[in-house]
Design a protein around this ligand. Structure first.
Ligand SMILES: NC(=O)c1ccc[n+]([C@@H]2O[C@H](COP(=O)([O-])OP(=O)(O)OC[C@H]3O[C@@H](n4cnc5c(N)ncnc54)[C@H](OP(=O)(O)O)[C@@H]3O)[C@@H](O)[C@H]2O)c1
Length: 283
């Protein structure tokens, strides 16, 4: 991995932090995307101290703000001649329906559009890799909801589990459609469920989720265990043979029927292109 240039979003905490650490241990150059400069720099210093790899860069971006994703992409393109691995991981679960400064539902904007926009804006950079990989962190919670195009951003009704489930379903549909569009290139893309992992995730949740995460933490996976499939898809030779698949524990798994619906995947791509004003700039 020494010759590889990798980028991990949500890299200061949980699964993203361990993924960055593992890539750094393998000698890769790694860009960490974090929303807090303070938390990001602390994590970067810890990783350098643990791995003696000082080729770790920090980028700051709040994925809830589309203009910040555009600035981030410019910074990455200015710094890296190409990108070999992109790990879209930054994510959240909300308590109540909240709008971003762009007027979009927060969970959908960060968890899905964040992946969609960054990946497409880094198109040229990724295409320059001789063997590039895009890894999208999804969740089994995608099964908790049916896709309702009239309630994509919880316009009609909101529950945190439903909004989160839609965003994670969109991660799989995005991966499937992206894989189709990557045919004939040197890029592959896959997505995964990391397991139920004891991270900072849902720390700010309330109600049932707070209860679930608090009391289940002792039986949850460690962040190291949670990052295993991410690291596998990002680094292992055998994983590069596959594209457009959903994985858990280093194995391909069948996602929900909605996640396998090709028409849904195309429609989500089109809607996302419009919401991000990326016409003519996507894969
Ligand atoms: N933990 C689980 O059981 C589980 C299960 C299935 C899937 N996942 C998925 O795993 C991924 C990583 O979650 P985790 O469990 O490692 O949780 P985590 O420890 O809370 O890490 C989430 C990361 O995303 C960042 N983030 C959140 N909102 C952001 C925003 N608006 N802009 C930029 N960065 C933002 C966080 O930054 P801050 O530190 O600044 O908040 C943090 O670095 C998520 O996509 C989640 O959906 C987790």
């Amino acid at each position: 991995m020494k010759s590889k240039i990798c980028l991990v979003t949500g890299a200061n905490s949980g699964i993203g932090y361990v993924t960055t650490l593992e890539l750094a241990k393998r000698g890769a150059r790694v860009g960490m995307v974090c929303r807090s400069a303070e938390r990001g720099e602390e994590a970067r210093q810890n990783i350098i101290a643990q791995t003696q790899n000082d080729r770790i860069d920090l980028f700051i971006c709040d994925f809830a703000v589309q203009s910040q994703i555009h600035t981030l992409a410019q910074e990455i393109k200015a710094k890296y001649e190409r990108l070999d691995v992109l790990v879209n991981n930054a994510g959240l679960i909300g308590n109540e329906r909240e709008l971003t400064p762009d007027g979009l539902e927060l969970t959908f904007a960060v968890n899905h559009l964040g992946y969609f926009i960054l990946t497409n804006l880094l198109k040229d950079c990724l295409l320059r890799s001789p063997e590039g990989r895009i890894v999208n962190v999804s969740s089994e919670m995608h099964r908790f909801t049916k896709l309702d195009f009239d309630n994509l951003q919880s316009e009609k009704s909101y529950t945190s589990i439903k909004a989160y489930g839609i965003s994670k379903l969109c991660n799989i549909l995005f991966t499937k459609e992206l894989a189709k569009r990557l045919k004939g290139t040197n890029l592959v893309t896959n997505c995964l469920h990391p397991g139920a992992v004891a991270t900072n995730f849902a720390n700010k949740a309330n109600g049932f989720l707070k209860f679930l995460f608090k009391f289940s933490k002792p039986i949850f996976l460690s962040p190291e265990q949670g990052a295993r499939t991410v690291v596998y898809l990002a680094t292992e030779d055998e994983a590069a043979q596959y594209t457009g698949e959903y994985w858990e524990k280093n194995k391909i798994k069948k996602p929900s029927l909605d996640a396998l619906n090709e028409a849904y995947a195309t429609k989500i791509w089109e809607i996302s292109t419009e919401l991000a004003s990326l016409q003519g700039q996507t894969f």
